[in-house]
Design a protein around this ligand. Structure first.
Ligand SMILES: Nc1ncnc2c1ncn2[C@@H]1O[C@H](COP(=O)(O)OP(=O)(O)O)[C@@H](O)[C@H]1O
Ligand SMILES: [Mg+2]
Length: 262
């Protein structure tokens, strides 16, 4: 007989979707480096690449080719069959993705319980992990809705740039609707400021505005703009494997501590 972990009062694993329908705000960079940091802290972690661009996969040196998340969503392939060990960390696994996933958005429309495909796929494996981190595509379409019904928490990266808050109210509204209907336990874990540039007054303004609006929902850790962070993925490495001494590495380790505390 399987006795559920909560019976013993153990911490249940968290499933964290990294969401923002804007592209280029640091979702993938954050997904890779938060997942890697959690694995460094000895947490068993699964990174799910849920973007047809497959940047999380290539970013840690994993081939996105079939079998990947697409098969686990659309056909009878089990998610456990598409999990790969990451080449960078013992405690980190990945479910890769590639352009096939863009077809799922259309194919799922005609499916029964189309909003719950990812949740259903995760059910048999979720208890094997302390953390599951989902890197979302840059849209609020059916793929992102699947991540919002499957996750326990959302982490929203916001770039310290012009129009940073554009679209955020639409995103918060979508989260509110999902919480009302499909996933009542959904929790906004935090807002992450990314690409902060201390030389720009604009960065400071955005950071101030976000802090004022979101208050303690904003993480204390801010991710600064750093060339090292943008270079690491082209070597298939997390920032910790690319340059452990960089400020980016220190920031993502600090952020992971905040994630574990929330
Ligand atoms: N803190 C940062 N400093 C500098 N460049 C960054 C930083 N975070 C991300 N980038 C770069 O910005 C681009 C967009 O980031 P990415 O994480 O891919 O965003 P998203 O997944 O939201 O589209 C990428 O080229 C990435 O390498
Ligand atoms: Mg991305």
């Amino acid at each position: 007989m399987m006795i559920p972990a909560e019976y013993f009062g153990e911490n249940m694993g968290k499933i964290i979707a990294i969401v923002n329908q804007k592209g280029g705000v640091g979702k993938t960079t954050s997904a890779i480096n938060i997942a890697s940091a959690l694995a460094i802290y000895e947490k068993k972690t699964l990174l799910i690449d849920f973007d047809p661009q497959g940047n999380s996969s290539s970013g840690i040196g994993v081939d996105g080719n079939s079998p990947n998340i697409y098969e686990a969503l659309i056909s009878k392939v089990k998610l456990s069959e598409v999990i790969k060990k990451s080449p960078i960390l013992e405690k980190l696994d990945i479910v890769p993705s590639n352009v096939d996933l863009s077809g799922a958005e259309i194919e799922l429309v005609k499916e029964y319980s189309r909003e719950f495909k990812l949740k259903e796929a995760l059910e048999p494996v979720k208890d094997d992990y302390d953390y599951i981190i989902i890197d979302c595509p840059p849209s609020l379409g059916l793929l992102t809705v699947n991540t919002l019904t499957a996750c326990t928490d959302v982490l929203i990266p916001i770039q310290c740039e012009y129009y940073a808050l554009e679209g955020v109210s639409q995103l918060l509204n979508t989260i509110r609707l999902i919480k009302k209907g499909l996933n009542p336990d959904l929790n906004i874990m935090g807002i992450l400021l990314t690409m902060y540039d201390r030389r720009l007054n604009l960065s400071l303004q955005v950071a101030k505005e976000v802090r004022r609006y979101f208050q303690e929902q904003a993480f204390n850790t801010i991710i600064h703009r750093s060339v090292k962070l943008s270079e690491a993925p082209s070597f298939g490495k997390s920032i910790f494997h690319y340059d452990i001494k960089s400020t980016g590495a220190k920031s993502y380790l600090q952020l992971a501590k905040e994630v574990m505390a929330r």
